[in-house]
Design a binder for this molecule. Structure first.
Ligand code: B12
Length: 352
């Protein structure tokens, strides 16, 4: 078990905090965080300079296959516990208006949203935290029953952007202003701008924006004229059929997949689906970089688990052939394939 010593800055506490997460040392982690508060570090800084970067590191360790899902779950549970301990330091009687904080439908990354919720609370807003995966209809019905000055919506995965847009539109129809954030909107929030919604990089920036109603409501409308080509809707409609055919294609071209265990088959089907979901999201916001960034990430994650980039290449080629009459989708697939490390442009392109 890690011994928590009192340190005076989040940066100095960080290595010990990571050790606490790795050692499942719940008490040690809480003691480190509350020790910082006791040393005069503002609660907001503990959340953003200790808990948040530690969680990002947890993700990197998972991506590199150094940590399994169980280690990630333990670490996230401990971080949630730490956030709850820090939350106890917020003003019990905030005077600001009510902000509803929620995750997009299908979005299970509740902790990033919780960090934002606590920062807003620390800044004096009344906050109602709805947590993970809130279906649009339920958010609307909640907003009908409870007054809210604004809604803060979180999205960690770009593949949820089409759902995000539905939720944003639902709030806008009720004339409740929305601020969005999270990795899902791109590091610079570029996909939020495409969806015509205010974006903030973190809790403090969101608090500043919420304090300025004009800025919150300013902004250009969604820019989605490209959806008229129906590629997005067509791809969503063909999702099941495309996964089935990609699986059959893999079995033919990569014989080892025929001997996959049920668990390996499950995760292959998930990956085949993720490829289509990220492709659909890229079509939705008309930005191929959303898809190519995902392919780079997928290749790295699968590579650390012994799956060669060529397997991803096989599927990208299959989807590009199947979607030859979807020019935007085929273009993104081709870009993704060209960026693959081992199969690069020296062999024939996916549409050939
Ligand atoms: C914990 C975790 C989970 C947990 C979440 C539990 C929970 N209670 O939150 C569980 C197990 C559910 C999970 C599941 C998955 N996860 Co996950 N997860 C993480 C992890 C390790 C930490 C999340 C976290 O707490 N981040 C800490 C916060 C602080 O980071 P942040 O998102 O950058 O937030 C800051 C800003 O973006 C901003 N912000 C965030 N939200 C909002 C909202 C508003 C309104 C505003 C203004 C600002 C704002 O403020 C925050 C503070 O500064 C991340 C790694 C990471 N880098 O985040 C992966 C990560 C996000 N997950 C990832 C993946 C792939 C998945 C899965 C698809 C895995 C799988 N195969 O099943 C599923 C998808 C589930 C789903 N449909 O949502 C990938 C995403 C990669 C990608 N290409 O998009 C990541 C990046 C891991 C990695 N390095 O590869 N995950």
């Amino acid at each position: 078990m890690t011994t928590a010593t009192t340190v005076a800055s989040p940066a100095a506490a960080y290595p010990n905090y990571l050790d606490c997460l790795a050692d499942a040392d719940e008490q040690g982690a809480v003691a480190l965080a509350t020790g910082l508060l006791g040393a005069g570090v503002p609660a907001e800084r503990v959340l953003l300079d200790l808990v948040a970067p530690a969680q990002a590191e947890v993700g990197e360790r998972w991506a590199r296959n150094e940590w399994g899902v169980a280690e990630e779950h333990v670490a996230t549970h401990i971080s949630e516990r730490v956030v709850a301990a820090i939350a106890g330091y917020a003003d019990d009687h905030p005077t600001g208006d009510r902000i509803v904080v929620a995750c997009m439908d299908g979005e299970w990354h509740a902790l990033p949203a919780r960090l934002v919720a606590e920062v807003l609370r620390l800044r004096g807003w009344q906050v109602t935290f709805l947590g993970a995966s809130v279906p649009a209809a339920h958010l609307v019905s909640y907003l009908h029953r409870h007054d809210a000055y604004a809604v803060a919506l979180a999205c960690a995965l770009p593949m949820r952007l089409p759902h995000a847009h539905r939720m944003i539109e639902a709030c806008q129809r009720l004339d409740v202003p929305v601020v969005v954030g999270g990795r899902g909107f791109g590091a610079d929030g570029r996909w939020a701008r495409r969806l015509g919604v205010a974006w903030a990089p973190d809790g403090p920036a969101a608090a500043d924006l919420l304090a300025d109603e004009r800025a919150l409501r300013a902004g250009s409308p969604a820019d989605l004229a490209h959806l008229a080509d129906d590629e997005y809707a067509g791809l969503v409609g063909r999702r099941g059929e495309l996964i089935d055919s990609a699986l059959a294609d893999l079995a033919q071209r990569v014989p080892a997949t025929r001997d996959y265990s049920p668990a390996q088959l499950d995760s292959t089907v998930s990956d085949l689906g993720y490829i289509l979901d990220f492709l659909s999201a890229a079509l939705y916001v008309d930005d191929g970089s959303l898809f190519t960034e995902f392919v780079d990430w997928l290749v790295a994650v699968l590579g650390s688990r012994g799956v060669p980039a060529a397997a991803v290449g096989t599927t990208l080629r299959h989807y590009a052939r199947a979607l030859h009459d979807f020019p935007r989708a085929a273009g993104y697939l081709q870009e993704g394939w060209r960026g693959l490390p081992a199969v690069g442009p020296s062999t024939s392109p996916p549409t050939a």
